[in-house]
Unconditional design. Structure first.
Length: 179
């Protein structure tokens, strides 16, 4: 389903157009802007989330902080919350990461100092950063920093909000209960 399909269905549902009629460009753009306003409003009140999303990202040796968000190092929507995290080694072995609170994260030493503590990552702290940002981005912090590039892949399970549509042709797949 595209944003345009969703809009046409909604316009027909409210009786603004009959089956087979094509909405005018102005009506489509008004409805498009209203759809994005609605998604933004629901998202700001945490009324509309896509549920748990699992994604994976390669880790780099000697790097313990990764920006996450659209156009960031981890190029994906900024998570509201990270609910689970694990590492998969290139040997196909998985192990869980302990997700730390800010207090515990702040108490760890050698997070960003030289020499940086490296080894097998054991902990993760997610800093969602300010809610009011020009570019919505957070920071994934790994401790200790990976000691090898290409050996560790980070898997995150997170809760994310739906994002606004950019174009009428954007494709969307809603969970079944949203239909």
């Amino acid at each position: 389903m595209t944003a345009q399909d969703l809009i046409v269905d909604a316009l027909m549902l409210i009786g603004a157009y009959a089956g087979g009629e094509t909405p005018t460009f102005d009506d489509m753009m008004t409805a498009f802007n209203t759809l994005n306003d609605l998604i933004e409003d629901w998202s700001s009140r945490s009324l509309l989330s896509s549920g748990p999303v699992t994604e994976s990202f390669p880790l780099t040796a000697n790097v313990n902080a990764y920006s996450i968000g659209s156009g960031q190092t981890f190029n994906t929507g900024k998570p509201l919350e990270i609910t689970d995290a694990w590492i998969r080694q290139s040997t196909a072995q998985d192990y869980s990461l302990n997700i730390l609170t800010r207090d515990i994260w702040d108490s760890l030493s050698n997070k960003g100092t030289t020499p940086l503590l490296t080894g097998k990552p054991l902990y993760l702290f997610y800093d969602p950063a300010a809610t009011q940002q020009a570019t919505q981005a957070g920071t994934i912090n790994i401790y200790p920093a990976p000691d090898t590039t290409g050996f560790y892949t980070l898997f995150l399970e997170s809760i994310k909000l739906f994002t606004q549509f950019v174009a009428l042709t954007d494709t969307v797949t809603f969970p079944a209960n949203y239909n």
